[in-house]
Design a protein around this ligand. Structure first.
Ligand code: H2B
Length: 173
């Protein structure tokens, strides 16, 4: 007997995946273009020079590809500059988020850090995708609604950086 075939309307998730495949220049995504909000690309770190690309991956001066950041719609103009200061973070493969791995001296310190971040998540109603292995915590910040990278992600990444310093990162040799 043949398995029944169910026909379903595309869910919002499927639609948003399709939208992301169509590229960031179409709704519902907003991009911040080089001519739009910011001046000299030379002053910004890797993350923001990615942010300032106004079209799909383009060659940079070194001949490599510079992927475009996909921002949530309706973000404040200061977002790229705030983002550019997060030098320890990298663009997620989805291009809709930022990722950083933190290494602490002990599991206890990693857990303390996660607990402090968790409290802030609840207060701000913004939650990470994260994982922990022993003394390492890997965090990704992205926004589900409106989909993309938003100022909330940047604020939470700033909070993580501050909190990790307070808890104490492992001294690298
Ligand atoms: C109602 C509530 O504020 C929303 O569902 C929040 C919860 N946490 C969230 N977390 C993240 N990362 N993105 C969101 O869009 C989001 N939405």
């Amino acid at each position: 007997m043949r398995a029944p075939v169910f026909r379903v309307k595309p869910s919002n998730l499927v639609r948003s995946v399709l939208a992301s495949q169509l590229g960031p220049r179409r709704p519902p995504f907003a991009t911040i273009t080089r001519s739009g909000h910011l001046g000299n690309i030379g002053h910004f770190s890797t993350l923001t020079s990615q942010a300032m690309s106004s079209s799909s991956p383009r060659p940079n001066s070194a001949g490599g590809e510079v992927p475009e950041i996909i921002f949530s719609a309706n973000q404040p103009a200061e977002l790229p500059e705030r983002l550019s200061k997060l030098t320890a973070w990298t663009l997620s493969t989805s291009r809709m988020g930022i990722t950083r791995q933190f290494t602490f001296p002990t599991f206890a310190a990693a857990w303390r850090f996660m607990s402090l971040v968790a409290d802030e998540c609840e207060a701000r109603r913004h939650h990470p995708a994260w994982s922990n292995m022993y003394n390492e915590v890997t965090i990704e910040w992205t926004t589900h609604r409106p989909k993309g990278l938003s100022i909330k992600d940047v604020e939470m990444a700033e909070f993580c950086d501050r909190t990790a310093e307070e808890v104490g990162l492992k001294v690298q040799n």
